[in-house]
Design a protein around this ligand. Structure first.
Ligand code: AMP
Length: 479
């Protein structure tokens, strides 16, 4: 889903979806699943179930644990459920944009949970409104609900196949009707979506970490361009393939760099192992000056995997030089520059005894605006670090994402506007080194390393977008 703003090219998404079909405790299992996907969105959470042919819905601002108490779950009976966690740092973060979107209408009941971003949302919205659709929200994800409502012929797969022909962009989406759930992934496969089994029940999840939590067995991923559906009208899982797009498969590399949880297997690869591989190759490409450092420390939690890989590759000691507070709510990390600075100190503290007098390599997964790193370096120096060498386990982030990762405007992306040397000066680091694009793809063991963007979307590092994106920021309907 995506909030869009007239005359502005901010994009604010990042979501997780989860669904259960065929278990009387569907809402409880979905709550657990959303807990495991909480990192994909902390702003709002929602679950829709079907009971006696009617939808039961609860959507609330805040974290899953706050939104879904025992009392709320008692009001969500039914053997099928879909759920959603949503993230947005700015723009309209109101209850009406919480997902899943759900309606009871003449054609039955319908609920939708979407992770991704449609680049043709404006055109679709305009044509749907011209045909009488009334939108409840300012989120592009609601388009799926209206498209489904317009396509009433055939079974769930037939209807979704027609919807898929009209949608352009990133969509890992769950659609629930009165008697089934369908899971669909766009032809580029930009965002992840996995299928699991728990006893007789089918489970769908953005990431495998949520399958593990509920004791579901991982079956396989929904393939790029595939629609799968389960229904009380038939046995087992049915599948249909959309026509492949001209750009092949372009799975989001940033899921591995930052977004996904390290215990997940995303696009067939362990996220943790991939991050360690990023760190190992980063160490080969960007060792500390003259190969000397006393200590490698991560920026927790996102830099841990890469820092371990970096330290192992060079045989350097690895320590936790920074400690992260897990009790800082998102409310403290408001999206204004001034409070962002303050927020870093609330989140991270340096352990003086470990770093005083040491030449420290600090490894983080990515630099976006550079403000977090700048603060961290000041913190490390304040605690007596002799040298601070910053290593980033991805290439410079030079372009905003239009496909489901929250990114600031190009103007705010430090690497879009400054050289590595001037970023180093801004950060106050003794040295700064990024993983190369080639190194990133080698770490992914990309069979197509010769044309590295064939299997992965790396547009945030290259500007090489797999779909035209001009329309996505040009004129937007809401807020
Ligand atoms: P910045 O201060 O803007 O450079 O923030 C960099 C930090 O933000 C890094 O530690 C990343 O782990 C983290 N980060 C990277 N991408 C995102 C994102 N899309 N949403 C939230 N945090 C992010």
């Amino acid at each position: 889903m995506n909030d869009v703003f007239i005359g502005d090219d901010h994009f604010h998404d990042q979501c997780g979806v989860f669904g259960v079909f065929g278990d009387e405790e569907a809402a409880k299992l979905t709550t657990l699943g959303l807990h495991a996907l909480q990192h994909r969105g902390q702003e709002s959470a929602g679950i829709v179930t079907v009971h006696d042919g009617r939808l039961r819905t609860h959507r609330a601002m805040g974290l899953v644990g706050e939104a879904f108490t025992g009392e709320v779950l008692d009001r969500l009976p039914g053997a099928q459920a879909i759920g959603h966690v949503r993230y947005s740092t700015a723009g309209e973060s109101s209850l009406r944009n919480c997902q899943p979107f759900a309606v009871d209408y003449a054609g039955g009941c319908l609920a939708v949970a979407h992770n991704g971003n449609l680049v043709n949302a404006i055109a679709l919205t305009e044509s749907l409104e011209a045909r009488g659709s009334l939108f409840q929200s300012t989120s592009d994800s609601e388009v799926f609900l209206h498209l489904m409502a317009h396509h009433r012929e055939g079974d769930l797969l037939d209807r979704l196949a027609q919807v898929s022909a009209q949608a352009v962009g990133a969509f890992s989406v769950l659609v629930m009707t009165g008697n089934g759930i369908a899971a669909m992934r766009d032809p580029l496969g930009l965002r992840p979506l996995s299928i699991g089994r728990r006893g007789a029940a089918w489970v769908f999840s953005s990431e495998t970490c949520a399958l593990d939590l509920i004791g579901a067995e991982y079956v396989r991923d929904v393939a790029p361009g595939e629609i799968v559906a389960v229904s009380s009208d038939w046995e087992g899982l049915r599948s249909r393939r959309m026509a492949p797009g001209p750009h092949g498969v372009r799975q989001c590399v940033f899921e591995h760099v930052y977004f996904a949880r390290p215990d997940s297997v995303v696009f067939g690869r362990s996220v943790y192992a991939t991050r360690k591989a990023f760190g190992r190759i980063l160490a080969q490409e960007q060792p500390p000056p003259h190969g000397h450092a006393d200590l490698v420390i991560p920026v927790p939690d996102s830099g841990v995997g890469a820092a371990i890989g970096y330290a192992q590759e060079l045989g350097l000691p690895y320590e936790m030089g920074l400690i992260r507070s897990h009790y800082v709510g998102r409310t403290f990390i408001e999206p204004t520059q001034s409070i962002r600075h303050f927020g870093v100190k609330l989140k991270l503290a340096a352990i003086g005894a470990e770093i005083a007098g040491k030449r420290v390599v600090v490894v983080d997964d990515s630099l976006v605006r550079g403000t977090t790193s700048k603060k961290i370096i000041a913190l490390l120096r304040h605690k007596g670090a002799a040298e601070v060498h910053v290593r980033i386990s991805c290439p410079p982030t030079t372009n905003p994402c239009y496909f489901g990762i929250d990114t600031p405007t190009r103007a705010e992306l430090i690497a879009a506007n400054q050289s590595v040397e001037s970023i180093r000066q801004f950060l106050g680091a003794d040295s700064l080194g990024y993983l190369s694009a080639d190194g990133l793809h080698r770490a992914l063991e990309d069979a197509s390393a010769a044309s590295p963007d064939r299997r992965y979307c790396n547009a945030c590092f290259t500007g090489n977008y797999p779909l035209p994106v001009e329309s996505a920021g040009a004129s937007n309907r809401c807020a």
